[in-house]
Design a protein around this ligand. Structure first.
Ligand code: G3P
Length: 219
């Protein structure tokens, strides 16, 4: 899977979020590749109602619906057609106890769960919580020009091995600095099931071109 995080970039917000979603949908259909998106929460209702590709939320609250001001509940995400949640991103870390509850409530509402890990040690801890996906992302490479595949290939191969030794069902994505087909190919050849990207797509002038290139690197 190619999972694209829109973060809070102006270039992937508002009407642009929907444009990117539609482009991903076309590329996914043309290349027969699994492409998912992670729009900002302000755009998620509009986007998930108008696209068929999997939409993930940038987070979820641990509460059931009720008097919880400022919360984005799993209940509401599910209702608007969201398919999954991204938790513990390097830019939005959460405490272990909250993470556990967020995974539980997401599963209860049948949302897929992707949890980010900064290194193999954190990935091993997360694997015991049985999310559907773990995305390994060295924080220092996020948003940069050098990809995890080039700078830290061993974190991919060893990370996949470690996670699979704890729970074979978990799919491992890798991210940080991934910006071309070769980065994707290398990540896949080292055992990853896909990549998690942001800046290479959100900041690109020609978004379709880069989405096609990255998706083309998947198996
Ligand atoms: O969520 C994916 C992300 O953290 C990777 O960001 O900009 O390095 O592709 P980027």
């Amino acid at each position: 899977m190619l999972l694209i995080n829109f973060k809070a970039y102006a270039q992937s917000s508002g009407e642009k979020a929907l444009e990117i979603a539609k482009t991903c949908e076309k590329v996914s259909k043309k290349l027969k590749k699994n492409i998912g998106i992670v729009p900002n929460c302000l755009d998620i209702v509009n986007v998930s109602g108008k696209t068929k590709i999997p939409v993930f939320s940038q987070g979820v609250s641990v509460f059931e619906p009720g008097a919880h001001t400022g919360s984005t509940t799993a209940f509401s995400l599910k209702r608007v057609g969201v398919k999954g949640v991204v938790l513990n991103h390097a830019e939005n870390k959460i405490e272990k106890a909250i993470l556990k509850k967020a995974i539980e409530i997401s599963k209860q509402y049948k949302l897929k769960v992707l949890v980010c890990a900064k290194d193999i040690k954190e990935a091993a801890y997360i694997a015991k919580l049985s999310p559907d996906y773990i995305a390994i992302e060295p924080p220092e490479l996020i948003g940069g020009k050098i990809s995890v595949s080039t700078a830290k290939p061993e974190i991919i191969s060893k990370g996949v091995k470690k996670i699979k030794s704890i729970n074979r069902q978990i799919k491992v994505l890798v991210g940080a600095g991934v910006h071309n087909k070769e980065d994707v190919r290398k990540a896949i050849s080292l055992g990853a099931s896909g990549v998690f990207v942001a800046s290479s797509v959100c900041k690109a002038k020609n978004k379709r071109k880069i989405i096609e290139e990255l998706a083309g690197g998947l198996k």
